[in-house]
Design a protein around this ligand. Structure first.
Ligand SMILES: Nc1ncnc2c1ncn2[C@@H]1O[C@H](COP(=O)(O)OP(=O)(O)OP(=O)(O)O)[C@@H](O)[C@H]1O
Length: 221
């Protein structure tokens, strides 16, 4: 599902690598926590998986694709199989819950009845069916994060990447969001959640925990 071999990532203009000597294998169906303090390289790790950054050296393979060599035209097809909940992928203001969720499908070339069915089903799964036609900016933080999850899951991805998905939420909403992520995992999605919150790790039974520290994997990860 995910394979890293001797991966190093140094950002332009930086001397110290954000990630270094990363060797890792994630099996299909695993639930992975990527933990580590701020600046440890968690977001960089996820961005490499999504093709938002290229490795400086080493091999990153995602769903069989070599992310350092994949042609640009093949990227959209791969990204359709990856759901992302990133802090900087904001919801689109002025659009409803339904429209924000449907957008992810129309970008993937899915329209019409299939789109309508998948959006309705996904909104029901995240408990937002009744809010489908509400503008996203009028929702609470917890509800907005549920829209972000719906958007990430609506195309039924094989891999779900979440960067601090409970970042600005109170404990109750955080638990609810994690329940939805776990539900996606139960349905067969491989999940990688980056967080520096140790409380979050306690909410899932038996995950694989990977610890990053200053760009390197800690022993035992
Ligand atoms: N676009 C960029 N350009 C230059 N340096 C960057 C860039 N993005 C991240 N970095 C640097 O790479 C290192 C790792 O950052 P990264 O965001 O991956 O860490 P993180 O573990 O996700 O941190 P946080 O929990 O604060 O989000 C940091 O030193 C950061 O300053």
């Amino acid at each position: 599902m995910v394979f890293f071999e001797q991966v190093k990532k140094t950002y332009h203009g930086r001397t110290k690598p954000a990630l270094d000597e990363i060797n890792l294998h994630i099996q299909p169906g695993q639930f992975v926590y990527l933990s580590g303090p701020s600046g440890a390289g968690k977001t960089t790790f996820l961005r490499l998986l999504f093709g938002a950054e290229l490795p400086s050296s080493g091999l990153v393979k995602v769903l069989g694709a070599d992310m350092g060599r994949i042609p640009a035209r093949a990227m959209p097809r791969l990204r359709r199989k990856i759901g992302v909940i990133f802090q900087d992928f904001k919801l689109v203001r002025g659009l409803t819950v339904y429209e924000n969720t449907a957008l992810a499908l129309s970008v993937a070339g899915i329209n019409g009845k299939t789109m309508a069915n998948q959006v309705s089903k996904t909104l029901a799964q995240v408990g937002l069916a009744a809010r489908a036609h509400t503008l996203v900016e009028t929702l609470s933080g917890g509800e907005q994060q549920r829209v972000a999850i719906a958007r990430a899951l609506v195309a039924r991805p094989k891999l779900l990447l979440a960067d601090e998905p409970t970042g600005n939420l109170d404990p109750e909403n955080a638990r609810e969001i994690m329940r939805l992520v776990v539900q996606a995992h139960t349905r067969g999605t491989t999940v990688i959640v980056a967080t520096h919150d140790p409380q979050l790790i306690k909410l899932v039974r038996g995950p694989k925990v990977i610890r990053l520290y200053q760009g390197r994997l800690e022993e035992g990860s």
